[in-house]
Write a protein that binds this ligand. Structure first.
Ligand code: NAD
Length: 260
């Protein structure tokens, strides 16, 4: 029942966001891609997804640290596709370092991209959703929106903030046919995680292979990474008509991590 819906997915030029774009496009959803990267590669992905699925796929390079660009991203999607039914706040960055050595600018940047951008996209997209009495807002938090790990002060703070924002928006939008939920993924092998593994190994004085093994062993009850399919399935449910009764909740897809 997602066919014909219109989605904006922030940070969808890589990793989980790109998998979300591919997954929703396969279900017949028109897509606005967003994110940084090599322009040729982005265009290749855009054309490939459109070609494989037959939906309209457009790209907007809005920077999630810039409120005006975020407002223009939503306006542009509404103009091109007529409306935004599904908003997926997925753009995110990570920096692993002890708090007493943490870089102030990195702190501000992580809060801006991982938390404040969600406020700006929601503020821009919600009025239209309420007017049309349909909307699905899905914020990609993290298991780190529910529990913490050391050396991730800014990330943990931002992701816990996303969960709080999610609950508030859910309450404000509930009577307008608009749901707002968070997905809290466990570790998923994406470019972001690969980079983090290197930093993590350095902070702990171990090799990257040791860091990966330790990560799965300590965190994931399954001892497996979370897959893109695991996350796309949850997103599809939350965006579906069946998802209308589910709002205001941080859904863990974390291989059993937060059950510990
Ligand atoms: P990724 O690095 O592969 O992708 C991040 C995306 O965000 C890219 O498209 C990038 O271009 C975009 N982005 C970064 N800064 C931006 C900015 N200023 N403006 C616009 N776009 C920007 O990372 P990923 O692992 O796929 O992460 C996606 C989301 O999932 C993030 O919010 C991350 O915190 C969350 N998450 C990831 C994991 C994991 O294990 N990979 C676990 C839990 C949560």
């Amino acid at each position: 029942d997602l066919k014909g819906r219109k989605a904006v997915i922030t940070g969808s030029t890589s990793g989980i966001g790109l998998a979300f774009a591919e997954g929703l496009a396969k279900m017949g959803v028109d897509i606005t891609l967003n994110g940084f990267g090599d322009q040729g590669e982005i265009e290749d992905n855009r054309a490939r997804i459109a070609g494989e699925t037959g939906v309209d796929v457009r790209y907007d390079g809005a920077d999630m640290t810039k409120p005006q660009e975020i407002r223009d991203l939503i306006k542009g999607a509404e103009a091109a596709h007529g409306r935004v039914d599904i908003l997926v706040n997925n753009a995110g960055i990570q920096k692993v370092a002890p708090i007493d050595e943490y870089d102030d600018e990195v702190w501000d940047r992580i809060i801006a991209i991982n938390l404040t951008s969600n406020y700006h996209t929601i503020k821009a997209a919600l009025p239209g959703m309420k007017e049309r009495k349909f909307g699905r807002i899905v914020n990609i938090a993290s298991a780190h929106g529910l529990v913490a790990s050391p050396f991730k002060s800014a990330y943990n703070a931002a992701k816990h903030g996303v969960v709080g924002l999610t609950k508030t928006v859910a309450l404000e939008a509930a009577e307008f046919g608009v749901t707002c939920n968070a997905i809290c993924p466990g570790f998923t092998l994406t470019p972001l995680l690969e980079a983090q593994m290197a930093d993590n190994a350095k902070a702990r004085g171990i090799t990257e292979e040791e860091a990966k093994a330790k990560l799965l062993n300590d965190a994931h009850a399954t001892k497996e990474f979370v897959t893109y399919d695991n996350l796309v399935g949850m997103l599809a449910y939350l965006c579906s008509d069946a998802g209308s009764g589910a709002t205001g909740y941080p859904y863990a897809v974390d291989a059993g991590w937060t059950a510990h």
